[in-house]
Design a protein around this ligand. Structure first.
Ligand code: MG
Length: 269
């Protein structure tokens, strides 16, 4: 839990939002720190309640612009950015795609997305181990996505804190690679309980590792009954059609408000 590790208390101090190709600007907003005597549980509830409030504003802002937002979460190195690069290359000819990249440091991933053909903004969280709704709010101001676009949020790589923070997305996707082990749902239940989709990446490596896709599926479904599990290989492209089909289904079931309401909601409360 973020309050336990301390990053939930940090507010957005030191968080840096970088819109590539534009003037880099640092936004630092201090928040009063909780009194040290405040009980951890109360602090945890306060942090999450504030986040949930901001997340609803983000969702309202996205809704009037008919923007569908997907929050990608995983361990570092499972292939989130590679999946997005492939997805951008596939979808960009037919629909507007943009990406908010979250990492503690560097703009590497936003640069990769930009090279793949989509606009991207990098959020560097400093010591923080997750993106929150306030960071996404500020990233959206920098990104200014077109109405009707598909927005991906690539969260900071870990299977713990990102699961707890609503960033205003419409769907949460967890990516797990076959090199990580099929026991991860049981070790990180919050993540797999929260996920609307489980992507199993690097299936081209299955002959070389002890990873049982059926066991992973059964464990994920013990936490989230019926959750869809999509094995694929970003490297070879096997299974990626199922991923695109899942995105299409999500877009088709997404509630789209009427045209012309685009200026109706402010990104900030
Ligand atoms: Mg990445």
């Amino acid at each position: 839990m973020c309050v336990t590790c301390g990053c939930g208390e940090a507010g957005d101090q030191g968080v840096r939002v970088t819109a590539l190709g534009e003037h880099e600007h640092e936004q630092v907003h201090g928040h009063p720190h909780a009194h040290p005597a405040v009980d951890t549980l109360v602090l945890e509830e306060r942090v999450l309640a504030r986040n949930d409030h901001l997340a609803e504003h983000v969702r309202a802002w996205l809704a009037v612009r008919r923007i569908l937002a997907v929050n990608l979460m995983s361990s570092p190195g499972s292939g989130k950015t590679s999946l997005l690069e492939r997805t951008v290359a596939h979808l960009a000819p037919t629909r507007e795609v943009c990406v908010i990249e979250g990492d503690q440091e560097t703009t590497y991933d936003a640069e990769r997305i930009q090279r793949a053909g989509a606009r991207a903004v990098q959020v560097n969280t400093g010591a923080g181990c997750h993106l929150d709704a306030g960071m996404v709010q500020r990233a959206l101001e920098a990104l200014a996505p077109d109405a009707g676009s598909l927005l991906f949020v690539e969260n900071v790589g870990n299977l713990v804190c990102p699961a707890l923070f609503d960033v205003g997305e419409h769907a949460k996707v967890v990516v797990i690679s076959v090199t990580e082990g099929d026991d991860k749902p049981l070790k990180y239940p919050h993540m797999f309980r929260a996920a609307d989709l489980v992507v199993v990446n690097k299936t081209d490596l299955l002959p070389y590792v002890d990873f049982d896709v059926d066991a992973l599926t059964q464990r994920a479904r013990s936490l989230h009954p019926g959750v869809t599990v999509l094995p694929l290989s970003v490297r070879t492209g096997d299974g990626t059609d199922d991923w695109y089909a899942w995105l299409d289904r999500l877009a088709s079931t997404h509630d789209t408000p009427r045209e012309g309401a685009v200026h109706g909601a402010a990104v900030r409360p």
